[in-house]
Ligand binder design. Sequence first.
Ligand SMILES: NC(=O)c1ccc[n+]([C@@H]2O[C@H](COP(=O)([O-])OP(=O)(O)OC[C@H]3O[C@@H](n4cnc5c(N)ncnc54)[C@H](OP(=O)(O)O)[C@@H]3O)[C@@H](O)[C@H]2O)c1
Length: 281
Amino acid sequence: MEYVTLNNGVTMPMLGYGVYQIPDGPQTERGVRDALEVGYRLIDTAQAYGNEASVGAAIAASGIDRADLFVTTKVWIANAGEAKAAQSIDESLAKLGLDYLDLLLVHQPFGDYYGTWRAMEHAYQAGQLRAIGVSNFYPDRLIDLVTFSEVKPMVNQVETHVFFQQAKAREYMAKYGVQAESWGPFAESRNGLFTNPVLQAVADKHGKTTAQVALRFLIEGGVVVIPKSTHRERIAENLDVFDFALDADDTAAIGRLDLGKSQFFHHADPETAEMFMGFAR
Ligand SMILES: NC(=O)c1ccc[n+]([C@@H]2O[C@H](COP(=O)([O-])OP(=O)(O)OC[C@H]3O[C@@H](n4cnc5c(N)ncnc54)[C@H](OP(=O)(O)O)[C@@H]3O)[C@@H](O)[C@H]2O)c1
């Protein structure tokens, strides 16, 4: 495993396990158990995923020393605002069965996220959170929050993969000392990522898989990755990316796969904003 040191000195693994779209209950418990057994230590969940309790159950059953784990969750829009966010932090901790989180993120830049941020600052200062950050904050929102907040975000989790490499957004994260973290490192398999001929050629050259090349490319670019899989063999495959390195030709070829736009939706689109307003109600 490789690690990165955040702007407050906290150490974060460069690779973790994401549990988006895994139903609460045995499936999430099994996925997290498998991930922890094969060596993952970072787990990424969210209030909105509805599976914090199962993540917590798997962590408790693992017997792994709490200090060796790095647990992330995210405050959902429906819990935006200082009072609601503060209450939701306590609820997340209770569901996860933890007395502190390694990282808490504002999930979306909508609603009273300044109120949410103040609640997170207080919980951070009280020792309930080792690090705080944001998600889906494009440079305009990130620069705003960095400028007007007391505690600066340590991480920004945004859609980042070979088809949407986020050069500009990452440039501004670096400028403000915010660690880039990818969500959807496989673009949820959109655009034929796992059978892409460029990724396949690089994979064949190194005796690895397209999935491993896609992750390695991001890690070498300094981006934390949290791939999701419900299959134990893929969970293990996705962790096995620390025994090879891309060369300059590989990096250049994969760099040219960038389409410069989201494979899902862009947060600045009016339709996307309206969709998120619906979640807030
Ligand atoms: N902050 C946000 O707004 C946000 C948004 C989205 C995601 N996230 C976080 O980012 C994590 C990862 O993103 P994601 O879950 O959206 O998608 P992803 O990791 O890009 O892709 C997951 C898909 O890839 C497949 N897969 C995984 N490993 C594979 C392999 N080695 N070979 C072939 N197929 C493979 C999975 O199938 P199987 O499961 O069937 O193996 C699944 O269909 C999430 O779980 C979540 O923690 C955050």
